[in-house]
Design a protein around this ligand. Structure first.
Ligand SMILES: [Zn+2]
Length: 303
């Protein structure tokens, strides 16, 4: 007697469920073969809310090269773009809030308000590059944002947090909030009366297609972002990797914890390889322009 064909049950048992992801606009289950470890994808259905990424221009920093290459004593100047990211899908999420409003339209704004040294870093931010103006250009008010995510609370990432006080919560890693409260390495711009924090721990996801990765090292509770757009995966290193040059040379930038920063960098490399991701660096002016953010362009969107 012939034996029955391999039942679907036994075929299913060969696979171990890994995660649900978005791939080319489809909701996909990613599984692994329990024997070989090989990954496979099983399509489920079209995604209801395809994710849209908008990169927002929040000004530039004119900085001494040592700011991004610690120990460099050439005193050359570098231009660093300051981005924020609007993610529209199942919810409307803003990642980072740009430079502090006193810097907008005033290259001496940081010096005057916070005593920073312009020889070290000088902001170049137009009035209309404040985060509220930037989302306003896209037809959104502060209250239209469901959630703000702080990748970390340095002044070029959390400068506009106060604009969201009493209106929109700010999600932040517990370690980052503790560090910002305790350390003098943070300008007092990340907090404001009535600003509500949603404290998160480790990797998490605010909505389908968006994975926040806990990548400490640059700061105590730094986060990077993995997006799954219809055209594939995008990995935003944020300040774990400042530029393509750092990535190529496996060079760390300014860090508070060298061994954590090394681990985070390796983790980002592994994820980039696994996902065949497009890698976007934290402050890379060349890449910024190649993304369509040449002079005069205030935002650019991808799906
Ligand atoms: Zn930064």
């Amino acid at each position: 007697m012939d034996g029955p064909p391999r039942s679907s049950r036994s075929r299913l048992a060969r696979y171990h469920f890994l995660e649900r992801i978005t791939l080319r606009g489809m909701d996909v289950a990613r599984v692994a073969d329990v024997h070989t470890g090989r990954r496979q994808e099983a399509i489920r259905a079209p995604v209801k809310h395809p994710l849209e990424l908008t990169i927002l221009r929040c000004g530039l920093l004119d900085a001494d090269r040592s700011v991004i290459h610690p120990g460099d004593d050439s005193h050359k100047r570098v231009l660093l773009p300051v981005p924020a990211f609007l993610l529209r899908g199942e919810r409307t999420v803003l990642v980072d809030t740009g430079l502090p409003p006193p810097a907008a339209g005033n290259p001496h704004g940081l010096e005057e308000s916070y005593g920073t040294d312009p020889a070290w870093i000088r902001p170049m931010v137009g009035e209309d590059e404040r985060i509220d103006r930037q989302i306003g250009r896209l037809g959104l008010r502060i209250e239209d944002i469901d959630l703000v995510i702080g990748t970390h609370f340095h002044f070029d990432h959390a400068g506009g947090n106060a604009l969201f006080a009493g209106k929109v919560p700010v999600a932040v890693q517990e370690a980052e909030l503790a560090a910002a409260r305790e350390s003098d390495g943070y300008m007092p711009i990340w907090d404001a009366p009535e600003l509500r924090f949603e404290v998160v721990h480790g990797d998490w996801s605010p909505m389908p297609g968006v994975e926040m990765l806990f990548t400490p090292g640059h700061s105590a509770g730094h986060q990077s972002i993995l997006l799954r757009l219809q055209d594939g995966a995008w990995l935003f290193t944020i300040d774990s990797v400042y530029t393509e040059e750092h990535w190529r040379q496996n060079e760390l930038g300014a860090v508070t914890d060298v061994s954590a920063a090394r681990d985070s960098l390796q983790r980002l490399r592994d994820i980039a390889a696994r996902e065949s991701a497009r890698v976007i660096f934290g402050h890379d002016i060349g890449q910024w322009e190649s993304l369509g953010m040449a002079e005069g362009e205030s935002s650019v969107s991808f799906r």
